[in-house]
Design a protein around this ligand. Structure first.
Ligand SMILES: *Cc1c(COP(=O)(O)O)cnc(C)c1O
Length: 428
């Protein structure tokens, strides 16, 4: 069965995207400057300037501009691995055979860099208050794996996680934190920017992020030694010699000065983008308030998200039957109830783009043999189940009941109202 668009709702002529780049004009000016000064390279004024602006904005001492957020996470893993486990020989990962705790409900770019360095990700379940790593499950994980010394945590959809609690658990067990702030640039926790809480942190300027370079990312740290290493590694690890002299493994990970021009032009609009995204979030919240759903939650007392993506989750008792296989899905329509699949079809039918919640890493075939720790213990549940009113596997529960809504900055109020109407129809 498939969703049929009601005749009363007309599809948009131009697609409303989940989150597309929003340009302002200055980007072109700085790109042109790179062209005219011939700094069409991985060196130049735009790179220096975006690194400076980032340090000033986030409050970190060093920012190293790289080709992607994933590259920044890779460099962070390598730094942490060398620090924790000594200098590996070329050809061996810095985390070879070592377990690393990771957010479970996140984009796979949080996790893959662990594996690039030979590490073994162990996934930590999610909490319901911010949809990020659960500090209680993290504590449990250290009971099961007391030797783990590295934790990578993401701030999903631009919402800061329970940073104080997570930090306290990591400190107790002497573990280093890598913060994946790729989605949360500009979000704050107790007044401080995300990307400052870990030892080695990352941000991204991928095309769909809150501001973009079309691509790009940065490694953030307060350690000069770490920043210098990443500058060297990311430009093929050249030693200071008259020829190409190599003592370490190198990478071609540096950001282009043209890309940096785009980022430079975007930075002054970061706050504008956040304000637009916040307004989108609040309009959804208001427009959906009498439905059996809620928006992606955050800790209003301690944090201010960047509202990168607006998401919603359907109340348990308002879920119609939905069965997901590895590659396809079906559902059974019921009056007064709906499910993410039906709502995503309704959104698609009017030429707008929604998306399922990131499928949790412990449910991904590639990571099926990796550990997964929940509040209630270890091991995977076969299906979404509840004990004493709490989900046994919170990641799975949010994946099953949640979805991301069209959150493009350029979406007009009237257009958003049409999307809201289409969602409301699903619950009739
Ligand atoms: C986008 C993203 C990344 C990767 O950033 P790229 O710049 O695309 O490599 C990493 N982690 C999360 C959570 C992301 O959303």
């Amino acid at each position: 069965m498939g969703f049929k668009r009601p005749d009363t709702i007309k599809p948009f002529d131009n697609k409303i995207w989940l989150a597309s780049p929003t340009m302002h004009g200055d980007e072109l000016k700085y790109m042109q400057e790179a062209y005219e000064t011939n700094w069409m390279s991985t060196v130049g004024a735009n790179i220096n300037e975006v690194e400076r602006i980032t340090c000033e904005k986030i409050g970190c001492k060093y920012a190293v501009a790289l080709s992607a957020g994933t590259a920044a996470l890779h460099m962070a893993m390598k730094l942490a691995g060398q620090e924790l486990y000594g200098q590996p020989n070329v050809g061996h990962g810095a985390l070879e055979g070592k377990k690393v705790f990771s957010s479970d409900m996140t984009f796979d770019a949080t996790v893959n860099p662990i594996v690039y360095e030979g590490g073994i990700p162990v996934f930590i379940d999610t909490e319901m208050d911010t949809w990020n790593m659960d500090p209680i499950a993290l504590e449990k994980a250290f009971e099961t794996y007391p030797d783990v010394k590295l934790v990578v945590m993401a701030h999903l959809y631009g919402t800061p996680g329970k940073i104080d609690e997570l930090k306290a658990v990591c400190e107790k067990h002497g573990a280093i934190i890598i913060e994946d702030a790729a989605e949360s640039l500009g979000a704050t926790y107790k007044g401080a920017q995300t990307g400052i809480f870990g030892k080695y942190n990352c941000i991204s300027f991928n095309g769909n992020k809150i501001i973009t370079g079309s691509a790009g990312g940065m490694l953030l740290t307060d350690s000069k030694e770490a920043a210098d290493k990443v500058r060297k590694w990311s430009t093929q690890a050249r030693e200071n010699a008259p020829w190409y002299q190599h003592e370490e493994l190198g990478y071609n990970y540096r950001m282009s000065n043209v890309i940096a021009g785009v980022v430079r032009g975007q930075y002054p609009y970061l706050d504008t983008h956040i304000a637009q995204k916040k307004a989108i979030y609040e309009r959804y919240k208001e427009g959906l308030k009498d439905l059996p759903v809620s928006m992606n939650p955050f800790d209003a007392e301690n944090s201010e998200p960047n509202y990168w993506l607006s998401c919603m989750i359907i109340d348990r008792d308002a879920m119609c039957k939905q069965v997901r296989g590895e590659r396809d899905v079906c559902y059974v329509k019921e009056a007064g109830k709906s499910c993410p699949t039906e709502i995503l079809e309704a959104i698609a039918s009017i030429n707008a783009e929604g998306r399922p919640i990131w499928k949790p890493m412990h449910m991904q075939p590639i990571y099926r043999l990796n550990g997964f720790i929940t509040r209630k213990g270890s091991g995977r549940a076969m299906t979404n189940a509840y004990i004493d009113g709490e989900a046994v596997d919170v990641s799975m529960d949010i994946f099953e009941r949640g979805l991301c809504l069209p959150s493009d900055n350029k979406m007009k109020v009237e257009q958003q109202n049409v999307i809201i109407a289409a969602i409301r129809k699903c619950f009739e």
